[in-house]
Unconditional design. Sequence first.
Length: 148
Amino acid sequence: MIDNLFELFKKLIDVPDDEPQDDNAIVLAAVSLMLEVARSDSDGEQVEHAVIRNILTSEFKVESGLIDSLLEAGVEKVEDAIDLFQFTQLINEHYSHEQKEDLVYAMWRVALADGKVQAIEDHIIRRVAGLIYVAHSDFIRLKLKARG
């Protein structure tokens, strides 16, 4: 079973460009964007990871047994990434506008998990929102919603 799980996440990390993306790769892209926010500041990473776990369970409906492996795969993807485009491209291809807003809202929840938003967290979420075509007014509305 461990070998099968390892192979699943190895496939998620190494999907060739000419193969269609599956739902797991899309979830991995969303997780990677949330992890980028979590790792961008030096404080509260544990709390932020707990929020990501909660989001994965409640909103992405990921089985609790797979969350640690998904987070590990996401951390690896983020560390190897040169930019955010590889993640936002998948989001743009497969997410509706509402799902994109849900992702931006989730990123705000991660940023606010430790009680404060660092400038770098704001910058990353702003960049992602722009790259996935979420309007600035929606970006602000989602930030206020997450604070509320």
